[in-house]
Design a protein. Structure first.
Length: 831
């Protein structure tokens, strides 16, 4: 074991030249009894043979093999030069001169220690200026020397004294963006922070929170509870708060809305031949011929290189790749917007991951070439990402492969090439990287199908941005399709039809033209009221969270707001919004809508929506716990100011309606209404139309009793489906089955509508089912009077209603109720 005594670390030194620095570090080594002073000459000669600059302001001067006999004892000494000194002809500034005296192969062992710091740019910069030699000793040896005065406890395991448990709220799990934010935050704090999936942080399932790949490697999905521990209490609190706040992610996005909705076939061949099935990733139907694209395997030889030289090559390649990505980001931002550009921002973070760089450098120091070392280090990480259970996190493997290829191209001197297709084709590939996809030429590629990949991958997101029909996860069979095979790709439903008949090609072309016309017609008629073909009125409203979204909703044709999710006022800040803050937001929304209805839903916190600063107790089963109205009963400090703010606005805006979430008993509703009545009386507010959300099966079963007492019902199909089918709405594996068109869910909606009609009340639907075409039609057939959907869905829903008479839809709903499952219901509309 090679030691670095503190006295051989000289901080705050200065050197007027490289030679001066060599002299000083050699003097240190001589002082430590490591070398004969004549070894300095060997160090000088070595510098003439090869530059010992390693990167990040570190140089590792050492003697030539001929001077080894002048070594007395293997060891190192460090000269810190806060002002730096110019080292090589390229003007590299060196701030840490690590003089090495190694009698044999211990040389490599010493170098390996340097990997602890080499990839950590911020950490190294701290070492350039620290006034405490112990920091340098610790960084290079992994062990902190005991402090001179206070005897430090000689704790063997680096157990961190402060810890807390957190549950990850991010809809897409701990993916690259939040992980990067966390790693940067921890790095900046200077404290030690570890994350662990098990209580025992020393087990293999723990990560250093400054290391992006280690964090990703934990595979933390939404709802995973894990331990955060730190050596600093304030940092721990800041980290826990940041995790609760989503680390920059929008916590309102559900996995289901992040991926394209499950789609039925818009078109089918009359004479189906060979058909390959995958997962629809980007909407659209396209006719063309196929063309295989196999990414060229990069031939990466393992050419042993001088470690210092190889480390410098790697450093240069990483820098060049980083510069490339800056250009890609600018380009993608200009073409597709900031959201798509952020994908490549995440690539920069993968590139900068310290753990990966250190691992590569460590292999370099074992004597391997830079390209080989980097490929091995990244391959291991790609493989472990691929193994993660969560498909969204596993999809990040292709991002890392993309980054890997970018760096390897620089190391191997290869150019980045656009995919050449030789004309407009349907591209078939094992998988495509986000970079390849972003560079696809629209006139060379009509659409693509990949053997691997998933609908939430960055590749799929870019394809949607490009408007390029795409399907993924088709399986390896797609790779056997010969080039030039005529085909029809349906990127909405995920089908690839091979060798279609001429008649089917014509019919697909007709359908494509029809779809384009339909979209245009729907857009042109978006401001017409929602009605069926025979003129039966169905109000099409918008689900929005903020007053600022109202103008966009109205422009898309919204006839009101059917669901304002007020919890976002609470989720998007780090302290409680006051009564005045809330009043301002509700008032702005009510005013923006004029006389169109505004349905404000009272706070629905709990379940998947966590508000860190409320300090709510963690629940084993949060969807079945103190959520929605139940929480409001427990917390009048939250409920009363909200009701007061709403009542104050209702005094001036008669369009204000209120509804309560998560009502599961009659008692719930009466209790909530009584509280609102008190508030209204106190403030002299008028009667406010009052509704109950039907999200729990018991509310539907009690609709007969609730109906006389409410003004309306609004069905939350997202929750009603999860509670009826006992399927967590966030569960990735159950996502395909969690379909509100299941006849069991439809039966509960039927009960609700019948009870409401008996008492002259109306029923709306504000869950996701209202916005999909089949859902809108079946729900209207069941007698629903209002469909509240996301803004972009408004024109399409109105257009779908105009296609059918109310009688047709009633018949559709009656048949839907008789079906065995959701797929059969969908097939009634789009067989
Ligand atoms: C629902 O459950 O369908 C609903 C609209 O409420 P949320 O999605 O906000 O829970
Ligand atoms: Mg709900």
């Amino acid at each position: 074991m090679i030691e670095l005594p503190q006295q051989l670390v000289r901080v705050g030194a200065s050197a007027h030249s490289k030679d001066d620095a060599l002299e000083q570090v050699a003097a240190l080594l001589a002082e430590g009894g490591n070398i004969d002073p004549a070894y300095l000459e060997g160090m000088r000669v070595r510098e003439t043979q090869a530059n010992t600059y390693l990167g990040n302001g570190i140089a590792i001067p050492h003697g030539t093999p001929d001077s080894r006999h002048l070594i007395r004892k293997t060891g190192i000494a460090v000269l810190q030069l806060p002002q730096g000194v110019q080292w090589g002809a390229d003007g590299e500034q060196v701030h840490l001169v690590v003089g090495i005296a190694a009698a044999s192969d211990e040389h490599l062992d010493i170098l390996r220690r340097l990997t602890r710091v080499l990839g950590d740019e911020d950490g190294v910069r701290r070492l350039w200026v620290t006034q405490n030699p112990a920091d340098i000793v610790e960084a290079l040896t992994g062990e902190r020397p005991p402090a001179a005065v206070t005897a430090a406890p000689a704790a063997a395991a680096p157990a961190l004294p402060f810890s807390a448990q957190v549950t990850l709220p991010n809809p897409l799990g701990m993916h690259a963006r939040p992980a990067t934010m966390l790693a940067n935050m921890v790095k900046k704090s200077g404290a030690k922070v570890r994350l662990g999936r098990d209580a025992a942080l020393s087990s293999g399932r723990s990560a250093d929170a400054t290391k992006l790949m280690q964090i990703l490697g934990l595979g933390l999905t939404r709802g995973t509870t894990f331990t955060v521990s730190s050596d600093d209490q304030a940092t721990l609190k800041a980290v826990v708060d940041a995790i609760h706040a989503g680390l920059g992610d929008d916590l309102s996005v559900t996995p289901a809305s992040a991926a394209p909705a499950r789609r039925q076939r818009d078109w089918q061949p009359a004479t189906p031949g060979t058909t390959l099935e995958g997962v629809g990733a980007a909407d659209g139907l396209v006719v063309g011929v196929t063309r295989q694209h196999a990414p060229k395997a990069l031939n990466v030889p393992d050419t042993p290189t001088d470690p210092a030289e190889a480390a410098a090559q790697l450093d240069a390649a990483l820098k060049a790749a980083d510069a490339d990505l800056d250009n890609v980001i600018a380009d993608v931002r200009a073409k597709f917007g900031a959201e798509k550009a952020a994908i490549f921002g995440a690539h920069k973070e993968l590139l900068a991951d310290e753990g990966t760089v250190q691992d590569a450098v460590s292999r370099i120091l074992d004597g391997h070439g830079a390209a080989w070392a980097y490929q091995q280090a990244t391959n291991e990480r790609v493989a472990s990402l691929q193994k993660l259970d969560d498909p969204t996190l596993a999809a990040r493997a292709i991002d890392l492969s993309d980054v890997q290829r970018r760096v390897l191209r620089h190391l191997l001197g290869l150019h980045e090439e656009n995919i050449q297709t030789g004309g407009p084709v349907i591209l078939l590939a094992p998988d495509l990287t986000p970079s390849d996809t972003a560079r696809l030429e629209p006139d060379a590629v009509l659409g693509f199908a990949t053997a691997q990949g998933g609908p939430t991958s960055h590749t799929a997101i870019i394809a949607r941005g490009l408007g390029l029909p795409a399907m993924v996860a088709v399986g390896d069979g797609v790779l056997d399709v010969p080039d030039g095979t005529p085909a029809i790709l349906d990127g909405s439903a995920g089908f690839l039809y091979l060798n279609p008949t001429d008649a089917d090609v014509q019919s697909a072309r007709d359908r494509m033209a029809g779809l384009a016309r339909e979209r245009e017609t729907a857009r042109a008629a978006r401001h017409h009221p929602g009605v069926t073909r025979d003129g039966v009125r169905v109000e099409v409203a918008a689900n929005i969270n903020r007053a600022g979204d109202a103008a966009g909703a109205l422009d898309a044709g919204a006839e009101g707001v059917g669901l304002m999710r007020t919890e976002f006022l609470f989720l998007e800040r780090d302290s409680l919004p006051g009564e005045d803050d809330q009043e301002r937001e509700y008032r702005a929304m009510a005013a923006a809508l004029g006389d169109r209805p505004l349905i404000i839903r009272t706070l629905d916190i709990g379940g998947d929506k966590e508000v860190p600063y409320l300090g709510l107790a963690r629940e084993d089963n949060s969807f079945l716990g103190i959520r929605g109205i139940r929480l409001c009963f427990e917390r009048p400090d939250l409920f009363l100011p909200q009701l007061r703010a709403i009542a104050r606005v209702a005094r001036d805006h008669p369009n204000v309606h209120v509804m309560f979430p998560m009502i599961s008993t009659l008692e719930d509703f009466r209790r909530a209404r009584a509280i609102l009545d008190d508030v209204r009386q106190e403030l002299g507010a008028p009667r406010i139309p009052l509704g109950v959300m039907v999200e729990v099966p018991s509310a539907a079963l009690l609709a007969e009793q609730l109906a006389p007492e409410v003004d309306f019902f609004s069905v939350g199909t997202n929750d009603l489906t999860q509670y009826t089918l006992a399927m967590d709405r966030m569960h990735p594996q159950l996502a395909r089955q969690t379909d509100a068109m299941h006849p069991a869910v439809l039966q509960l909606i039927r009960l609700t509508v019948e009870a409401a009609q008996k008492h002259g009340k109306w029923v709306g639907v504000c869950g996701g089912a209202a916005g999909d075409e089949v859902g809108a039609l079946v729900l209207t057939g069941l007698g629903v009077k209002e469909l509240s959907v996301s803004t972009p869905q408004i024109p399409g829903v109105k257009a779908a209603l105009r296609q059918h008479t109310s009688q047709e839809l009633k018949e559709l709903a009656a048949r839907a109720l008789q079906q065995p499952d959701a797929a059969s219901v969908r097939a009634l509309v789009k067989g």
